[in-house]
Design a protein around this ligand. Structure first.
Ligand code: CA
Length: 233
């Protein structure tokens, strides 16, 4: 009879695991209007429109700061130099389009900011994977004001680099809204010199059980204990 105890433990574990481990659906890639219930991109933002989830919070003197905009495809720099847009993400930039090489963004630091909601998640279990491409280089990535490490691509606007938030990073996180800042340097240049950012974010975390779910787990454990005492001991 004691051989049946692991089945009870597995049953309780199945209930617990069905309560936990959910996608963080408020992490948005650049150029994405909405996510599905699994946190994957569902609808993209139109070329030339302002990005719904990213803001340009710092820019050099003389820069356009009303965007960032989803960069227009089919023309420079998305007709060759930049990594092509995909169904997962699109480039965003200070200006909506760069119809000629005389349309440039000033040299200097551009800080792009995006926020996501960790309400209801166990902060110690948060795992986020990020991909980033920039024009021209990344100076830092900050999470709630804390610099986090990243692995830049060797060619910054034709390939993605990576960064991550590992489980156990709760000291960097806060219940409720959290903020990434991507600090991008646009290089000097008076012709054919746009700035831009491309980010893809995905994350999961355990949810903090609701009272009803906690009650269910307690009942499962109590039932297992009762069966053990009634039929096994
Ligand atoms: Ca540039």
């Amino acid at each position: 009879m004691r051989m049946k105890i692991p089945w009870m433990i597995l049953a309780a574990g199945a209930v617990i695991s069905s309560v936990y481990a959910n996608p963080i659906t408020t992490l948005f890639n650049t150029g994405v209007a909405s996510n599905d219930t699994n946190g994957a991109p569902a609808t993209l933002t139109a070329d030339g429109a302002a990005d719904a989830h990213y803001t340009l919070t710092v820019a050099p003197a003389g820069a356009v700061t009303t965007g960032p905009y989803v960069t227009t495809q089919g023309t420079f720099p998305l007709n060759g130099p930049w990594l092509a847009d995909s169904s997962a993400s699109k480039w965003i930039s200070p200006q909506a389009s760069y119809p000629s090489t005389s349309v440039v963004d000033p040299e200097g630091n551009y800080t792009y900011t995006t926020s996501f909601d960790l309400t209801g998640f166990d902060l110690a279990t948060v795992i986020i994977d990020g991909k980033i491409a920039v024009d021209n280089s990344i100076s830092s990535i900050r999470l709630n004001g804390n610099s986090i490490s990243f692995s830049p691509a060797s060619t910054s606007f034709t390939n993605f680099g990576t960064f991550a938030v590992s489980a156990g990073s709760q000291s960097l996180l806060t219940t409720g809204m959290n903020t990434f800042e991507f600090n991008v340097i646009n290089a000097a240049g008076t012709a054919g010199n746009p700035g831009g950012l491309r980010v893809e974010l995905s994350g999961v975390a355990n949810t903090i059980p609701e009272p009803a779910a906690m009650s269910m787990m307690v009942m499962v454990c109590a039932a297992a204990l009762w069966i053990r005492r009634r039929f096994i001991d």
